[in-house]
Design a protein around this ligand. Structure first.
Ligand code: NAD
Length: 516
């Protein structure tokens, strides 16, 4: 199809790729996994997930009741208090985590297809993510053997101090729809490596790979009750994980709105929290950068996962001397991006996850244009079956506009000019968020000044969106609390216990001390 723009000043968005073949497999019938048993919900209700690209039913799941959640928490609590999981040797837990990694490897095709059909993301990208999860489980297995406490031999002849790291207990894990297996794999293997037991609540839009992972865990020998999966709605399933007295820690990834609400409930109930939330991540572009690399990374940064990415490079701050050249270059590059059916082998940008999400994105675009910003590309839904949105670019944005500050969570780039380095840093920091940022310049002084000055948990220098299990990930300000990954990832799921060992005879407290 051709896609003529309504406004002739706006060039045509990329033509939509259509599928070579329609998906034909039967809907995946997921069940919950509670105390080592596969279960339906106690009232027998189920819900369906439709493919946002093709419209058909991809999967169905039990819609949990409060009683199902209670059963899962009880199972995790018993598995923690009675063991054996928290008491296993590190090497034994590591062997099981490595077996899980192998189990994921054996299911890459099946998991990737379901992930692509439920999220709308390109199949090739889903395959990369599922394969990447193997490495996360392997990395966590290493930490299961090496995470340790501390000893203090410096406290005097009669004292030895030992600091143990013990598993924190029962952990509730709540995950979003945009990277379902990946985000679960940033949490679960590390909690298990620590010796914790867990209740997992996947997004109701993308529960398949979480449920399939339980088949893998079962095969790998994870004992009953150690990991429990409950499927269903946020308020019924998620909220008890923030409130229940048997839960010791809540680890949540999702929106800042829901995360701050659940974080508030959890801390009121004196639980530890870890929150990975939204972002409005600036890429800051200086005139002396490697132009081609920068243009590619800007287009990749905002259209990867259709912009439904907490790390999306959704704001570009560009030096005013190159602002117009930059806008024209990214529009030209964005027009080459292959958008369309996620199963098409060339697809790089698939469907938007839901009708709601699509209308929220369109609403944000309209607000920006109404506020005086200039639409340079896209801005509309494709006139086709499926939830597809044109790659969109908006320039002449000022830092006080809503589109410059709010997370849009779609394929929408906003361009904001700046005049000097300090102003770029000030604009970058002038939002509630602080997840990630990038700087593009060939001058090391500019790069380091920006990297040190921006409020962000991750700063990329002349690159964007790279990630490694070795490197901690998380946000400043409203982007979250705590860090995932890195060598401390397992420690987050532990409590320390201080043991003080007295050596030799202990002097009585009430005896008079000799006069010096
Ligand atoms: P969301 O907050 O709507 O949902 C996340 C999870 O919370 C889902 O499982 C959902 O069912 C559950 N939930 C929703 N309402 C709830 C309630 N009232 N009580 C308990 N649980 C509830 O987020 P989403 O739409 O699934 O994901 C998109 C958001 O996630 C974006 O804001 C994005 O930036 C953020 N995100 C952050 C990171 C990160 O690492 N910082 C990663 C991915 C996504």
């Amino acid at each position: 199809m051709t896609n003529e723009p309504a406004n002739s000043a706006v060039p045509a968005a990329p033509t939509l790729l259509t599928a070579t073949t329609a998906p034909t497999q039967d809907a995946y019938r997921g069940r919950m996994y509670i105390n080592g048993a596969w279960t339906e919900s106690q009232d027998g209700t189920r819900f369906e997930r439709h493919s946002p690209a093709h419209g058909h039913v991809v999967s169905t799941f039990p819609e949990a009741t409060g009683a199902d959640v209670e059963a899962a928490i009880k199972a995790a609590d018993a598995a923690f208090r009675q063991g054996p999981w928290p008491k296993l040797k590190g090497v034994e837990r590591a062997r099981i985590l490595l077996a899980v990694a192998d189990g994921i490897k054996a299911r890459v095709d099946k998991m990737s297809l379901l992930e692509s059909l439920e999220t709308g993301k390109p199949l090739s990208q889903a395959r990369g993510e599922v394969s990447g999860c193997i490495d996360l489980w392997q990395y966590a297995a290493g930490l299961a053997r090496t995470t340790s406490g501390d000893a203090y031999d410096s406290l005097g002849d009669d004292m030895l101090g030992i600091v143990l790291r013990q598993p924190i207990g029962v952990v509730g894990l709540i995950t979003p729809w945009n990277f379902p297996l990946w985000i679960l794999s940033q949490k679960l293997p590390f909690a298990l490596a620590a010796g914790c037991t867990c209740i997992v609540k996947p997004s109701e839009l993308t529960s398949s790979t979480t449920v399939m992972l339980m088949e893998v865990l079962e095969e790998a020998g994870v004992p009953a009750g150690v990991v429990n999966v409950v499927t269903g709605k946020g308020p019924t399933v998620g909220q008890p994980l923030a409130e229940h007295p048997a839960i010791d820690m809540l680890s949540f990834t999702g929106s800042t709105r829901v995360g701050s609400m659940l974080g508030g409930l959890a801390t009121k109930n004196l639980k530890k929290i870890a929150l990975e939330l939204g972002g409005k991540n600036p890429q800051i572009v200086f005139p002396d950068c490697d132009w081609d690399a920068m243009v590619d990374a800007v287009v990749f940064g905002v259209y990867f996962n259709a912009g439904e990415c907490c790390n999306s490079g959704s704001r570009v701050l560009v030096h005013e001397s190159i602002a117009e050249r930059f806008a024209q270059a990214v529009v030209e590059r964005a027009r080459q991006v292959p958008v369309g059916d996620p199963l098409h082998p060339d697809c790089k940008v698939g469907a938007i996850v839901s009708e709601n999400q699509l209308s929220e994105i369109l609403g944000n675009i309209s607000k920006g244009v109404d506020a005086g910003a200039r639409l340079r590309l896209g801005g509309k839904r494709y006139d086709a079956k499926g939830l597809y949105l044109e790659p969109t670019i908006i320039s002449d944005v000022t830092p006080n506009m809503g589109i410059a500050r709010d997370e849009i969570f779609g394929p929408v780039l906003v361009i904001i000019p700046f005049s000097d380095t300090q102003q770029a840093i000030d604009i970058a920091n002038d939002t509630a968020y602080g997840l990630s940022a990038a700087v593009w310049s060939s001058d090391i002084n500019t790069c380091l000044t920006v990297a040190r000055g921006v409020d962000a948990g991750t700063v990329w220098v002349n690159t964007f969106l790279d990630g490694y299990p070795e490197l901690p990930f998380g946000g400043f300000k409203s982007s979250g609390v705590g860090r995932e990954l890195g060598k401390q990832a397992v420690e987050d799921y532990t409590e320390t216990k201080t043991i003080q060992l007295h050596i030799g005879e202990r002097k009585n407290w009430w005896l008079p001390r000799p006069v010096a």
